[in-house]
Design a protein around this ligand. Structure first.
Ligand SMILES: *[C@@H]1O[C@H](CO)[C@@H](O)[C@H](O)[C@H]1NC(C)=O
Ligand SMILES: *[C@@H]1O[C@H](CO)[C@@H](O)[C@H](O)[C@H]1NC(C)=O
Length: 206
């Protein structure tokens, strides 16, 4: 698995990177029933520990999204702003109202994105302490307490923007997304589509 080329140091590094990638692959494949090579739990734990040590020494930006999705397994917490494709910062104000702002200094747009499950995040307004939530009817709102409405499936779309869909509720079998209209108003989940840029957000490091 390790290719010993160039200098010793470079080779060792590519070796570490290869093992990170392979562990990631194993972690991704492991839950599938069709996995051909089941691994012992002890092996998985050791690999995960090794990976987390490796991940600790490298920054998100260097290693990229793969490690970030690994971090999801760790209950990783990220302080971010969500910047929409239509150039609004998503904000959750002190009354739990959700909308967009163009003001880059708006304190209510500072969010905490936390992994609660593989691929599922909770997004909380740091100043308001409300969780971003989508109700069964598709209403976008701030929830005082964490509940099923607050479980959001985070996905990277083809244009590299992220979408956030309710992990709980669907509308006629279609996902309902967090979306801000071209005026920065919250969108009804039933009106949202994955392909619509109103649902596309870039997480920006604060
Ligand atoms: C990663 O680093 C943090 C702080 O720098 C430390 O608290 C944590 O234990 C480290 N995790 C691992 C797996 O080394
Ligand atoms: C968002 O809500 C705030 C507070 O109600 C309001 O001042 C602001 O104008 C709203 N922004 C948009 C884009 O509607």
């Amino acid at each position: 698995m390790c290719i010993w080329t160039v200098t010793k140091g470079a080779a060792a590094w590519s070796c570490i990177r290869l093992s990170i990638l392979s562990v990631l692959l194993v972690l991704l494949l492991y839950p599938l029933p069709s996995t051909c090579h089941p691994i012992a739990p002890g092996v998985a734990t050791r690999s995960a520990a090794r990976l987390s040590r490796a991940a600790n020494t490298s920054s998100d930006t260097v290693v990229g999204r793969h490690v970030r999705s690994y971090n999801h397994l760790q209950g990783d917490v990220r302080k971010r702003k969500l910047y929409s494709y239509q150039k609004f910062f998503l904000r959750i104000d002190k009354n739990g109202k959700v909308n967009g702002t163009k003001n880059k200094d708006d304190l209510y747009s500072v969010l905490e994105i936390k992994s609660v499950d593989v691929g599922i995040v909770a997004i909380k307004g740091l100043s308001s302490n409300f969780y971003l939530a989508i109700s069964k009817k598709g209403e976008l709102y701030g929830a005082r307490d964490f509940g099923v409405d607050c479980r959001l499936t985070e996905r990277i779309e083809e244009n590299r923007y992220n979408t956030y869909a309710s992990a709980e509720w669907r509308n006629k079998k279609k996902p309902m997304f967090v979306g801000l209209s071209a005026n920065g108003k919250p969108m009804r989940g039933k009106k949202t589509r994955r392909k619509n840029t109103a649902t596309h957000f870039l997480p920006i490091v604060v």
